[in-house]
Design a protein around this ligand. Sequence first.
Ligand SMILES: [Zn+2]
Length: 318
Amino acid sequence: MNIKTRGVPLQLLGLEALMRRVVNPNEMVEADLKKWKSGYSGERSLDYYLNQLDDLLILHDLRLSTDAYTYFQLDTLLLSKYGLVILEVKNYQGRITFNDENHQVLRTLHQVEERIPNPLLQASRQKIELEQFLIRQGWPTLPISYFVVYSSPQTILNTSSHKVIHAEALPSKLSQYVQSTRKECLTRIQMNQLATGLKKFHQPPQLKLLQKYNVHPAAIRPGVHCPKCNKLKMAREPRYRKWTCSHCAHQSNSAHIPTLQDYALLFGPTITNEQARYFLGIESPSATKYHLNQLNLHTTGKNRGHVYHIPLPFTLLD
Ligand SMILES: [Zn+2]
C-alpha cells in the first residue's frame, strides 16, 4: 500500500519551470533536468513491481533530517512486519561494473568508460542515517536492509553483490529476504504508526534554483504558460475569466494555477497581489484578488504585507 505516494519531485518541477521561463537557459540546467527526468521515469517503472507486493507499506521520496542543517533522502522505503528495506533506484543505460575490492563502480556506454558514485555505499550510508534517525525518535532498533535497484531492463550488471538487482527481480528478492529474516518485529499497527511518524518528519527540499544556477530574477519571464503548448502566451478574457493561448488557441479556466506553482518553485512559497499581477499579466488588482481568493490559499499579513501561501506541489485538474 502506498502511504506516501510518488509525486513528480519538486526539483524536477522546478527545473521545468526554470527552463520554461529563463531567458537564456544554461547547459547545467538542461543537463540536470535530463538527469531528474530519467531518475523519475526509472522510479515510476519500479512501481509496476512494487504494486505486486502485499503486506507492505511504501513511502516514496522521504527526506529526513540528520541534524539541524543536513538531510538524507530515501527514494523508496518499504515497511514490512520483518523490518525496513531501503531501495536506492538507479536508471542507467550501458554496463555497470562493481569492483568489490576498491569499491569503484564503472559505467561503460558507447565504448566510453567513466567512474560513477558507488550506490551501495550510498545505500549503506542511508541505512546508518535511518537507524540513527529512528533511535533519535525513540523507536526500538529495527532490522534495516537495502537494495540498489536498476530500473532499466537494458542495463547490464556486472557484480557479485546480491544487493544489486534489476527491478524485475525485486519481488523474489523481497520474498527471500522475508524467508531469511522470519522473525516478525512490527505489528500492523506499529507499521502504520511508524509510517505516519516518518511522513510527519518529511522535509520538502528548499530549491533555491536561481541561486544554484546563478540566474538573476529579472531573467525569469512572467506570463501564464499554456498547458498544451507550454508557451507563455495565455491571455485572460476578463468577461469569461478564462485563459486563451494566442499560439495554439487552447482554452483553460485554471492555467493560472501551474503558473503560480512556477512562481513558488522559483521565487518561494508566498506571493502578494502585486507580484501575482505581474507574473500572471493581469492589470486589475481586483481580478487578481478574485483568482487568488478562489484558490482558498492560506494567507498572512495585512495591507501591503498581505501574502498568499502557495502549497507545493500545487496542481489542480484542468
Ligand atoms: Zn498553447
